[in-house]
Design a protein around this ligand. Structure first.
Ligand code: TPP
Length: 626
């Protein structure tokens, strides 16, 4: 019988014999490979934390002890060890299966929700503070952060607050030297310096020897203490973390369970906040992932939700690739153009630009707030920044967009990838709020292309508009309907729309990717004798007011379609416009409802669950006209 299958919770992890731990780690890795290659997911990060997670559950007592994983994309191992090694794990990220991130609704071992980076330390501090006031002071709070998350603004804010908030907290920095790509900035560099130090190499060898001789125990702790002292005195005159009231221990080999257990056991007895610097290898156990951690950070599923081969999606056009290629073309012509990205070069399609035009590429790390204000200052100083951020992560930088960019009407072009539903990544990653939170900001110009060609025209035109521009788009564009290179072909006027089909009675106004749904609805309406009109809105702000007046005058029912929450979104904008103009029009809005949407196997499944389908729309239209 496999060891993993005998584990139904942390108590079972504690019962595993020491000489069986390697086997357990191997079985976990096999499971991770099997599930992520089928369903997609965060492979490399999880492969890297197998031993670390086993050690955590052997030493600490979850759920009384709270283990908070930053981002929580690396919690697959934690899920397997906390009673979730079952059918639902095989369905990880799919409809009916466990989610890919931590979620208290899923298990009592998930102490808090996560998906965005940099929250773990604030969460851990809050839990520790409450424990110290109203809880059991026996419980431990452990925050597990990646090296890249150490440089998030929120992490730094929490660090600054740490000494005042609690006396007892264990911060584990899982240092694999990678964010999605290579970690950037001064803090990862600082951690890196420690790892690269000669002293660390010497001590690591000594510790390994000791472990080999079976002499584990107090000697290791002594070594760590000596190492700490030596690091402080030789490499870094004063440890950075001690400024914040954190005792530094490390670096520790994150793949040596016995060693990790000893250190964690020691930390349990400390009555001060401690930081344990753990060195792991991203992708451990799978050579391809170790060799290319950026590519294997998050992998795409092999099969579509219906089991068909995903080669179908290969015909789709990657929006990142189109954006990256266009930006490169433009940047080669104009040295003032610079790409600003927050740790997402791969996902946003900027790796080629990073490699070919390094002087026009800035990765600020997982620091969206900084990326936006930094871009504002670049624009104010005469440069042409293009800020590439996923919709869900732009939520972080709302005030920076409002206060620093839009209040000064600065020409920053935001390319907002993964707008719309994110399907398998779930609640924390859906990009369905940006229209609502951007639309209320004066000066913002917001648009969404229906396809790759339209994106190219929008992107090129944006450089001439001289104001803040927000182009949102989903991960893939529909397959090209015409052949030939994607070239800038048409300069766009701010606020224009295009009437694609003239019709009668019902007008479907779609924004961006919702055009395909509009076409489906139109086909179904045609079958019952209604020849609906279709308008591609292009802009969510400003609206094409002339077009809207014309539509209101010539159709009985107007249907708006958006890949955004209905609250405050595109349809609401149209309602507001009619209201201020005193135009009476029957408007039906199709978009995401006022609740958080979970993960699901595909966008279509999630849409259907929320009534965003052609059938539901037709039923709504018919009932509104009767
Ligand atoms: C605010 C925010 N921006 C970007 C991301 C996308 N993201 C997910 S994991 C990750 C890298 C995390 O690196 P690290 O913390 O070092 O963990 P590792 O995966 O290397 O273990 C990034 C940038 C995110 N989750 N949250």
């Amino acid at each position: 019988m496999s060891i993993l299958s005998s584990i139904h919770g942390p108590d079972d992890v504690k019962r595993v014999k020491k000489n069986q731990l390697k086997q357990l780690a191997r079985e976990i890795r096999e499971k991770l490979m099997a599930v992520t290659t089928k369903n997609g997911g965060h492979l490399a990060s999880n492969l890297g934390v197998v031993e670390l997670t086993i050690a955590l559950h052997r030493v600490f007592n979850s759920p009384e002890d709270k283990i908070i994983f930053d981002v929580s994309h690396q919690t697959y191992v934690h899920k397997l060890l906390t009673g979730r090694n079952d059918e639902k794990f095989l369905q990880l990220r799919l409809t009916g299966g466990y989610g890919g991130f931590s979620n208290p609704e899923e298990s009592k071992h998930d102490a808090f929700i996560a998906g965005h980076a940099g929250t773990a330390l604030s969460v851990a501090l809050g839990i520790a503070y409450a424990r110290d006031r109203i809880g059991s002071d026996k419980n431990h709070v452990i925050a597990v952060l990646g090296d890249a998350s150490m440089s998030c603004g929120m992490t730094l804010e929490a660090l600054n607050n740490l000494a005042y908030a609690t006396k007892r907290l264990i911060v584990i920095v899982n240092d694999n030297e990678f964010s999605i790509g290579k970690s950037v900035g001064a803090i990862p560099l600082y951690l890196n310096k420690i790892l690269r130090s000669r002293l660390y190499q010497v001590v690591t060898v000594a510790v390994k020897k000791m472990l080999g001789s079976g002499k584990i125990g107090k000697s290791i702790i002594r070594h760590v203490r000596n190492l700490k002292r030596a690091i402080k005195s030789i490499i870094l005159p004063i440890s950075y973390f001690e400024y914040y009231g954190l005792r530094y221990f490390g670096p520790i080999d994150g793949h040596n369970i016995a060693h990790l257990e000893e250190i964690f056991d020691f930390c349990k007895r400390a009555d001060v906040p401690v930081l344990v610097h753990v060195k792991t290898t991203k992708g451990m156990g799978f050579p391809s992932a170790v060799g290319s951690p950026e590519e294997f950070h998050g992998i795409d599923p092999a099969l579509a939700s219906d089991g068909s081969n995903l080669s179908e999606s290969k015909k789709m056009i990657s929006s990142g690739e189109v954006f990256g290629a266009e930006l490169m073309k433009l940047a080669r012509r104009d040295k003032k153009i610079v790409a600003v990205v927050a740790a997402m070069a791969y996902g946003t399609g900027l790796t080629a630009l990073r490699d070919n035009l390094p002087d026009q590429y800035i990765d600020v790390g997982i620091a969206e707030e900084h990326a936006v204000t930094f871009s504002a200052a670049l624009a104010k100083s005469g440069m042409r920044p293009v800020c590439a951020i996923y919709s869900t992560f732009l939520q972080r930088a709302f005030d920076q967009v409002l206060h620093d960019v839009c209040s000064q009407n600065l020409p920053v072009i935001f390319c907002i990838d993964r707008a719309g539903i994110a399907a398998r990544d779930g609640t924390t990653h859906h990009g369905i709020f940006d229209l609502s939170f951007l639309r209320l900001i004066p000066n913002a110009v917001i648009l969404q292309p229906k396809d790759a060609r339209e994106f190219v025209n929008m992107f090129h035109s944006a450089f001439a508009w001289n104001c803040p521009v927000f182009i949102r788009y989903q991960k893939f564009y529909p397959p090209a309907t015409s052949t030939g290179a994607l070239e800038f072909s048409k300069f766009l006027r701010i606020g224009q729309s295009e009437e694609l089909v003239a019709g009668e009675r019902v007008c479907l106004i779609s924004l961006g990717n919702m055009l395909s749904l509009a076409e489906e609805i139109s086909t179904k309406l045609k079958a019952i004798g209604i020849g609906a009109g279709i308008v591609n809105a292009m802009f969510a702000k400003p609206l094409d007011e002339e077009m809207l007046k014309k539509i209101a005058g010539s159709y009985e029912t107007i249907v708006t379609l958006e890949d955004n929450v209905l609250a405050g979104g595109f349809g609401s904008a149209i309602l507001e416009f009619f209201n201020t103009q005193g135009i009476r029009a029957k408007v039906l809005r199709i978009g995401w409802p006022d609740r958080f949407i979970s993960h699901g196997s595909s966008a279509d499944i999630l849409r259907a669950e929320s009534g965003i389908s052609a059938d539901a729309a037709v039923a709504k239209i018919i009932s509104a006209s009767s």
